[in-house]
Design a protein around this ligand. Structure first.
Ligand code: GLN
Length: 489
């Protein structure tokens, strides 16, 4: 029987008790992943498989376990890592041709923490170029397909990480979420995706897209697995000035409490025009279930929500235009040399960046320019404050909020990639959370026409334990985590 059907907790139990070896587990996942990687009908999940490194790490872990040494909470568990997160000795491209041969000399803090806990990086997952996108189609290499329906997108930008967990190519994965890139693909692929509070997890070694919004988080099969991974990756890092010095709760031990009397706000702005009737129905049923479990459901309003997406698409490009300036054909990455400096710069950036990246660099340069700064960037900052104020006010009345993660289920490949505005709307319910720096989780809550739907639970800053507890109670009371896609390839 293949080991690739287990979740993190089950696998680590089996490895620690020596029922299986880390090598057996890693080999099983690599076998399945390699078969897909090399197939003509590949799901496009991985950009790089780190087979050799992973197997030799597995042997090290097996030796530790055999000699009775402490091998860590994740001893021998394979993990897939979004290719925007740097990994020492393993090619890291950010999904961009401009970094196609970059092999980092160091690892991100989150990767170090996971490896110290015994996890084994088995591969780097495909993503939209520099995390810009909501479908995986902006990858500079090839698109990822949704394991539930290969003609549909898996969501983005952490497309490969979500698909890897859904397809059983890795039991857990890491992604990044700037405006929804963990929660939206988690919803589309029927897995759990958690975006922590801004500052909870170190961004050191994460290639910056929008520095004031980016956070790293896990993709898992279960809420308990997400809680464990958050505990491991969270905490202050002196290498990241925006990571915050605060105590990291022992999340896994806080899950198993009931949710009676917990106040769950349902913001009406997340249930209006644009939400598909099917998704609405499934999410409303999930909220009814929470009420059955004893939660008090309270209608609330966040009037500034309609400004969130517009503000995001000013703030994000503005930061992109400065963050990506370093890829100039000289300092980092590939270089297409021409006779003079300016032509080298123009050719390198013009040919190696994709359309969406160039669009955002131009947009960002424009909104930051002297004549337009006040009209655009400053207004977006004002909207950001109004959004924060709205959430602050509502969290005085309720403990958490419940909303759909996305307005629709996974859409067809090619259906939105020529229309940036349509693509941007895929994140209408996730973006406000990043703008306010809040934690949020997407959990599977049912199917619509055979495709997964996600329930988004949003918490106040630093209160991940509340959303995890509610998500856990919901998951235990329903059957949705048992659903997995049938992969026909
Ligand atoms: N889809 C959004 C964008 O294109 C969010 C991306 C993200 O969270 N990295 O910017």
């Amino acid at each position: 029987m293949s080991l690739t059907q287990y979740n993190l907790s089950e696998l680590s139990q089996k490895i620690k008790s020596q029922a299986v070896t880390a090598r057996e587990v890693v080999s099983d996942y690599l076998k399945k992943s390699t078969a897909d990687f090399t197939s003509k009908k590949s799901l496009g999940v991985y950009l790089t498989l780190a087979s050799e490194q992973a197997l030799s790490r597995a042997d090290e872990i097996d030796e530790k376990i055999a000699s009775g040494e402490e091998a860590g909470e994740l001893a021998g568990v394979p993990i897939a890592v979004k290719d925007i997160i740097v990994t020492r000795g393993i090619t890291t491209t950010a999904g961009s041709k401009i970094l196609k041969n970059y092999v980092p000399p160091y690892s991100a803090t989150v990767v170090e923490k996971l490896e110290n806990a015994g996890a084994i990086v088995i591969g780097k997952t495909n993503c939209d170029e520099f995390a810009m996108g909501a479908s995986g189609e902006n990858s500079g290499f090839f698109p990822t397909h949704n394991p539930w329906d290969v003609l549909r997108v898996p969501g983005g930008s952490s497309s490969g990480s979500a698909a890897a967990v859904a397809a059983g190519f890795a039991p857990i994965a890491l992604g990044t979420d700037t405006g929804g890139s963990i929660r939206q693909p988690a919803a589309f692929c029927g897995v759990v995706g958690l975006k922590p509070t801004y500052g909870r997890v170190s961004r050191f070694g994460i290639m910056a897209m929008t520095s004031s919004l980016d956070q790293v988080g896990p993709f898992t099969h279960t809420v308990a697995d997400a809680a464990l991974l958050l505990k491991i990756i969270a905490g202050f890092d002196e290498k990241d000035a925006t990571s915050v010095k605060s105590v990291v709760p022992d999340y896994p031990s806080l899950l198993n409490k009931d949710i009676k009397k917990i106040k769950i706000g349902v913001p009406k702005e997340f249930f209006g025009e644009g939400l598909s009737a099917d998704v609405k129905k499934v999410v409303e049923e999930a909220i009814d279930k929470l009420a059955e479990l004893g939660a008090e459901i309270i209608p609330v309003s966040l009037p500034s929500m309609p400004y969130a997406l517009a503000a995001y698409y000013i703030l994000c490009p503005a930061e992109v235009s400065t963050n990506l300036a370093r890829f100039d054909g000289l300092k980092y990455g590939e270089s297409l040399r021409e006779a003079d400096l300016l032509s080298t710069l123009a050719k390198t950036r013009g040919e190696l960046f994709g359309r969406e990246v160039k669009r955002r660099i131009m947009l960002g340069t424009f909104v930051l320019s002297a004549g337009y700064y006040d009209a655009y960037y400053k207004s977006a900052l004002a909207a950001r404050q109004a959004i924060k104020n709205d959430f602050n006010r509502v969290f005085k009345e309720v403990d958490i909020l419940a909303t759909p993660t996305t307005p629709t289920t996974a859409f067809e490949l090619g259906s939105k990639n020529q229309d940036p505005l349509a693509m941007y709307l895929a994140d209408v319910y996730t973006v406000p959370v990043n703008i306010a720096g809040l934690p949020a989780i997407s959990v599977p809550c049912g199917l619509s026409d055979g495709l997964p739907v996600g329930l988004q639970l949003i918490g106040n800053m630093w209160q991940e334990e509340k959303i995890l507890k509610v998500a856990y109670n919901y998951e235990q009371a329903t059957e949705w985590i048992k659903l997995t896609p049938e992969i026909k390839s």
